[in-house]
Design a protein. Structure first.
Length: 283
């Protein structure tokens, strides 16, 4: 496995791979790698001949007051995980490498960045879309792999790449969960054992949604009320939002129909956690 810290060095690795006819896959990450990231690497290995993992804690997607400084950066361990997972190249640039001068050029996706997390993290998606565009321009992958766990991010990136005719395919991979249902996340490291147990109610609330849909309930406010009750069973959970939206437009819907995303964001102690399920009620 190769490790590149500069744009020039990752580009020359990619050029060599491309010259030998290889299909390139990119898995963008912020490091602190876990089984969720490994599942993306595995998906990339199935589809591609040369898998690049980027590790970059992107400052422009953190809103002031968020956890940019204390975000975990276990770099040696990440390299080890990548090596064992069969990654071909790790691209781990410094902030100066990615933003050598003040950044005044941004990629902005409208409308679908406004609801859900967009309301609570102003500027976050602009940072995400801009860094992903930069990574796509540097690595020029055929496929880029994202997790369903960050559903809005995946939908925004897919839409951005379609709207801007980016020559790659965005692949969205299923959410990997702990045995209690908690979605695996680098931010779970902020949680105590008790808080991890408490956080299981996030997925329980999503399962409740699934059960209600399966039993024929269509009214979204009825479902949201039941989900809220499950989250409120745990005093340490502070609900940010529970939303049931159209999976393409991300607009709230009153009646459950078509392709629907049910998404939850909460705070537990020091962590902000998100999770979601995608349901397709089309006949
Ligand atoms: P991050 O390092 O948290 O920015 O995540 C990098 C990528 O891994 C994103 O596309 C995430 O959606 C994805 N990811 C994070 N956690 C999970 C998970 N539990 N299951 C699947 N994908 C995940």
């Amino acid at each position: 496995m190769e490790a590149a810290e500069t744009i020039q060095s990752i580009r020359s690795l990619i050029k060599a791979a491309r010259d030998s006819g290889k299909i390139i896959g990119l898995v963008p990450t912020m490091g602190a790698l876990h089984v969720g990231h490994i599942s993306l690497i595995e998906a990339a290995r199935k589809k591609c001949d040369y898998v690049v993992v980027s590790i970059f804690v992107n400052p422009t997607q953190f809103v002031p007051g968020e956890d940019f400084e204390k975000y975990p950066r276990p770099f040696e361990n990440d390299l080890d995980i990548c090596q064992k997972a069969g990654v071909d190249a790790v691209f781990a640039p410094s902030p100066e490498q990615m933003y050598p001068v003040e950044n005044i050029t941004w990629v902005n996706v409208k409308k679908i960045t406004e609801p859900l997390c967009g309301q609570f993290r102003p500027g976050h998606f602009q940072g995400v879309t801009t860094i992903c565009t930069k990574l796509f321009n540097i690595v020029a992958p055929d496929f880029a792999f994202f997790g369903q766990k960050d559903a809005q991010q995946a939908i925004v990136i897919r839409r951005m790449s379609a709207d801007l005719n980016m020559p790659l395919e965005v692949v969205i991979c299923p959410t990997v969960r702990e045995s209690n249902g908690l979605a695996v996340s680098s931010r779970n490291k902020y949680l105590s054992e008790q808080q991890k147990k408490d956080a299981a109610n996030i997925y329980k609330s999503l399962q409740k949604c699934q059960q209600m849909i399966d039993s024929g309930v269509k009214n979204t406010s009825e479902i949201i009320d039941e989900m809220r009750k499950i989250l409120q069973q745990v005093p340490s959970i502070e609900i940010e939002y529970i939303s049931i939206v159209d999976a393409d437009t991300l607009q709230n819907i009153e009646h459950f129909t078509g392709k629907v995303l049910t998404a939850v964001a909460v705070r537990i102690g020091p962590a902000r956690l998100i999770d979601n399920i995608l349901l397709d009620t089309r006949e």
